[in-house]
Design a protein around this ligand. Structure first.
Ligand code: SAM
Length: 244
C-alpha cells in the first residue's frame, strides 16, 4: 500500500482540500483564473450526488480526512468513513469529537501559514464512525448500505476489481452508489495489468450493469492546492448507480 497518504504534507493538503475556506485556498488578494473557484468544495459536491431523502446507513470508502463522510451524515442516520491511512483517520476522528485541528498550509519554500480545520456545523457526531481499513478487503460484518460513496479511490487501488466485485453485496437492494474517479491510472498505485482495458467508463459499465442501473453520469472538477502558486486542477468522472 502506498505510504504517501501517511505524510504530513498530504495531511495538510487534504485538510485544506476538505475543510479550507474559499479565501484560504484562493486568497482574495490575487486574481484567479476563471473556473478555479468552481472546483472548490468537491467532497461536498460528490456527497450531494445521491437522490434526495433520508436513509439509514451510508459508507464512504477512501474517505481521507472525512469531509464527505460528514456531509453524508446530513441525510444518513449512520455513516461509516473508511480509509487505509491511519493519519487521515486520526484527523477525521479528532474532528468527529468536535475538536479543531491545527495545520500548516505550505505557501513557498519554508513559508507556511497556520490554519485550523473545524468540524462542519449542524452534523450530530453520533451519526458518524471512522475506521482504518482496506477497501480491497472489507470485513463481511460491515453488512450492506443504502448509500456507498467512493471518491477518487478506484485509481489508487492495487487491485480495483476487488472493490468492484464487492459492490453488489455492499449496496442494499434499491440503494445507491456514487463513484468519482479522475481516471489517473499510475503504476505507483496500480500495476498496468490491473488498469481498465478500454475507457474507465466502459470498464465500470461492464462490471456494474449486471446488478446496477446507471442513474447519472457527470464531470466534477476539483482543486488541490500544493503551494501558493501550484494547484492540481482535475476533473473527475462521476457515475451514480442504483442497485436493482
Ligand atoms: C486521492 S485520495 C481521495 C480522498 C477523498 N475521497 C477525496 O476525494 O478527497 C485517495 C484516498 O484513498 C485512500 N486509500 C488508498 N488505498 C486504499 C485502500 N486500499 N483502502 C482504503 N482507502 C485507501 C487513501 O488513503 C486516500 O485517502
Amino acid at each position: 500500500m502506498n505510504a504517501i497518504y501517511e505524510s504530513d504534507r498530504l495531511l495538510a493538503e487534504y485538510l485544506l482540500f476538505h475543510y479550507g475556506t474559499a479565501d484560504e485556498i484562493l486568497p482574495p488578494d490575487r486574481c484567479w483564473p476563471a473556473g478555479m473557484a468552481d472546483a472548490l468544495n468537491f467532497p461536498t459536491r460528490t456527497a450531494a450526488c445521491f437522490s434526495a431523502g433520508v436513509v439509514h446507513r451510508g459508507l464512504d470508502l477512501g474517505c481521507a480526512v472525512g469531509r464527505s463522510t460528514f456531509e453524508l451524515a446530513r441525510t444518513c442516520e449512520h455513516v461509516t468513513g473508511l480509509d487505509f491511512s491511519q493519519s487521515f483517520i486520526h484527523a477525521a476522528e479528532t474532528l468527529r469529537h468536535g475538536q479543531p485541528l491545527d495545520y500548516e498550509r505550505l505557501d513557498e519554500g519554508a513559508q507556511r501559514t497556520r490554519l485550523q480545520a473545524r468540524p462542519p456545523a449542524g452534523i450530530p457526531a453520533e451519526r458518524l464512525k471512522f475506521l482504518q481499513g482496506d477497501a480491497m478487503n472489507l470485513p463481511p460484518e460491515l453488512g450492506s448500505f443504502d448509500r456507498v460513496h467512493a471518491a477518487n479511490l478506484l485509481c489508487r487501488l492495487r487491485e480495483p476489481t476487488r472493490l468492484l466485485d464487492r459492490l453488489p453485496a455492499l449496496v442494499a437492494a434499491g440503494g445507491e452508489l456514487v463513484l468519482a474517479t479522475p481516471c489517473t491510472w499510475l503504476e505507483e498505485f496500480t500495476p498496468p495489468e490491473n488498469w481498465p482495458p478500454h475507457s474507465t467508463f466502459e470498464w465500470l459499465q461492464a462490471s456494474l450493469t449486471p446488478v446496477f442501473s446507471l442513474l447519472r453520469r457527470t464531470e466534477e472538477p476539483f482543486l488541490i492546492r500544493e503551494t501558493a502558486r501550484k494547484f492540481q486542477w482535475t476533473t473527475a468522472l462521476v457515475t451514480v448507480w442504483r442497485k436493482r
